[in-house]
Write a protein that binds this ligand. Structure first.
Ligand code: ZN
Length: 269
């Protein structure tokens, strides 16, 4: 029987990553191991990974990357140098993947990767980014959720870089339908009440949507003025992210025919 996934911090704390990204090491029964997400190549991450692999007497054979954002993928080349037997896999994102010089292997929705007796299934779950994958272990009903879920925080939807709020809603619904026991996110602590947290994220988005519509009704017509009214008191470093989220809501509402845009001003239909 395989062991519990081992949490290894990527050691990259910041306003956007919180205490830093989580990466997870899955140690197989056959001397092979897989790492979920590559981190950023921080020396301490590389050392802790190497120490753990040697303690477990196993070799890193797979690095499975949830998506192409730098805090998840940019550690690829450093890992590739230290672990030449490792294959690097992700859902393709043309124009982004080649920022990281590793030979990416393409994963599609439903593809499986075996590590010893553990089987991981890739779930294409776009929304936060177009290439986002979650990884599902049915045996333990565990999902590695990447950036789909951040306990106690709102997930960024990068509409100007391939994100889509409508897809994000669908991806959360898809995870909810799996009826998982544990979610292991790329930021924040492990989640032992998946349905509660997933429903919380869905409800949070619905609330933001109501706030965007209320701001429009109150005469706030630009992304900037809407973000200021909705995210009043937010740390200045996080305001660009807040504006991006407002934009994500407006684009979803526009696709649904509920709002229109003229120049940079938005109006309810
Ligand atoms: Zn991300």
């Amino acid at each position: 029987m395989s062991k519990q996934p081992v949490l290894l911090s990527a050691h990259n704390p910041s306003a956007m990553t919180g205490p830093g990204n989580n990466t997870y090491l899955i140690v197989g029964t056959d001397g092979r191991a897989a790492l979920i997400d590559a981190g950023v190549g921080h020396a301490q991450h590389l050392t802790e990974l190497a120490d753990r692999l040697s303690a477990e007497r196993c070799e890193l054979r797979h690095v499975l990357v949830t998506h192409g954002h730098a805090d998840h993928a940019s550690g690829g080349p450093a890992l590739a140098t230290q672990h030449p037997a490792a294959a690097f896999s992700k859902f393709p994102w043309p124009g982004v993947d080649d920022r990281y010089e590793v030979g990416w292997r393409a994963l599609a929705d439903g593809d499986t990767v075996s590590i010893g007796d553990e089987v991981l299934t890739a779930l294409h779950t776009p929304g936060h980014s177009p290439d986002h994958l979650a990884f599902w272990i049915e045996r333990t009903r565990t999902i590695f959720t990447g950036d789909l879920v951040i306990p106690g925080r709102s997930v960024m939807i990068h509409t100007s870089a391939g994100g889509s709020l409508a897809q994000y809603f669908a991806s959360l619904e898809r995870l909810l339908a799996l009826d998982a026991l544990v979610l292991l996110p790329a930021h924040g602590p492990r989640i032992d009440a998946p349905a509660e947290v997933l429903n919380g994220h869905l409800e949070h988005r619905r609330m933001r949507e109501r706030q965007v519509l209320d701001a429009l009704r109150a005469g706030r017509a630009t992304v900037e003025t809407m973000a200021e009214s909705i995210y009043d008191g937010l740390e200045p470093a996080l305001m660009p992210a807040a504006r991006e989220n407002v934009r994500a809501h407006l684009e979803k509402l526009q696709d649904e025919g509920l709002v229109v845009q003229h120049a940079n001003r938005w109006h309810i239909v």
